[in-house]
Design a protein around this ligand. Structure first.
Ligand SMILES: Cc1cc2nc3c(=O)[nH]c(=O)nc-3n(C[C@H](O)[C@H](O)[C@H](O)COP(=O)(O)OP(=O)(O)OC[C@H]3O[C@@H](n4cnc5c(N)ncnc54)[C@H](O)[C@@H]3O)c2cc1C
Length: 338
């Protein structure tokens, strides 16, 4: 049994955790945020839990479909069947499809919390700033140089720029590779309204103007409190307004939201604007995960594989399987520890 550190409690890190813990390893998970889930985060506001990042999970592969059914059985996710519309050419039209969508219940982070049950320890609000491999062990340090932990093997599941910063001194070629993986931003506005809006759509794919996606958050299973909406700008618009003043962004997104539903005004009781600097990889990765030959290290994330929760899950799973194999076959100190 080995001690393993996982940096990042998003889907990729937690998927690696699942594999490693199932093989009997002791896994410690570290995340700089106060909670888990990464880009599957939930924002608690005005008595509601808003899905601030990933809106739903869907499976393209049979493996992930199987995984979703297991999570559903565990009670961590449930199906969400919104009335879907599309907005383009100034028209809102129904856009039904046969996609099976799932969400964490009662909020998206229920899934990450469930997955963390197999960790030997979870350390939120801990930013790892340096990793070093010395005397066959990984040494992890925080911003102020405090030694946090040592481990036999390491999983890094941070977005590419943050992974690159960690790898800079230890594996420079891997750091250089990470730096070449661009990510797209996304401005996201969350609002709660006094009166439910008289609109039939629960979710809209927006194909014009500043927006990309709108969802009635309160239409998802298990969400309580006042009616709430998630309004996401398109990646293109977000990129061109990356440095715009927050008040101006908020105003433009609200106006675009009212335009989609042809509303003159809405009475808002709570709102929150968030800028995801690293929302989605700009392209599909050409690897499942990254490894540095000879080191007990795996780097994973949606950006290695596919820009989705499923992509992150697959990448983390393959990273975990790789380290399980590495640890099972490596000779020397690990064998002695076992
Ligand atoms: C607005 C938005 C909407 C989306 N909608 C969908 C959707 O509907 N469906 C879908 O499938 N996907 C969606 N996605 C994409 C999906 O959320 C991601 O593909 C997936 O969650 C990425 O998981 P990950 O583990 O690779 O990365 P992350 O979730 O980003 O996890 C990385 C973690 O590493 C932590 N970290 C970074 N650096 C450090 C450090 N130095 N020390 C400690 N911790 C660190 C971060 O805090 C973070 O928690 C959306 C994303 C966004 C932003």
């Amino acid at each position: 049994m080995a001690d393993i550190a996982v940096i990042g409690a998003g889907m990729a890190g937690l998927s690696a955790l699942q594999e490693l813990a199932a093989a009997g390893h002791q896994v410690q998970v570290y995340d700089k945020s106060r909670g888990s889930g990464g880009r599957m985060a939930t924002k608690a506001l005005a008595g509601s839990g808003w899905d601030m990042g990933a809106q739903f999970l869907r499976a393209h592969s049979p493996d992930f479909a199987h995984q979703l059914s297991q999570w559903q059985q565990a009670g961590w996710i449930a199906p969400w069947s919104p009335t879907i519309c599309r907005y383009e050419n100034d028209c809102l039209t129904p856009s039904p499809d046969a996609v099976s969508r799932y969400v964490g219940v009662p909020r998206m982070t229920a899934l990450s919390r469930g997955l963390l049950q197999s960790a030997a320890g979870f350390h939120p609000a801990v930013r790892i700033s340096t990793v070093r491999f010395a005397e066959q062990r990984w040494q992890l340090q925080s911003d102020d140089g405090t030694h946090l932990a040592s481990a036999d093997a390491l999983v890094i599941s941070a977005p590419p720029a943050q992974s690159a910063a960690l790898l800079e001194n230890t594996v420079p070629p891997l750091a250089a590779h990470c730096r070449q993986q661009p990510m797209l931003p996304c401005w996201t506005l969350l609002i709660s309204v006094q009166q439910p809006l008289a609109v039939t759509a629960d979710a809209v794919f927006v194909r014009q103007g500043p927006l990309g996606w709108i969802a009635r958050n309160s239409s998802k299973p298990g969400r309580s409190g006042a009616e709430s909406w998630v309004i996401q700008a398109s990646h293109t618009w977000s990129a061109t307004h990356n440095d715009s003043p927050r008040e101006a962004v908020q105003q433009m997104l609200l106006e675009a939201f009212c335009e989609v539903f042809k509303l003159d005004a809405i009475s808002i009781t709570g709102q929150w604007l968030h800028r995801w600097l690293y929302a989605l990889p700009a392209s599909t990765g050409n690897a499942e995960f990254l490894a540095a030959g000879g080191l007990p290290l795996a780097v994973c994330g949606d950006w290695c594989h596919h820009p989705s929760v499923e992509g992150a899950w697959h990448s983390g799973r393959r990273a975990g399987q790789y380290l399980n194999h590495y640890l099972a076959t490596s000779s020397g100190h690990l064998q002695e520890r076992i």
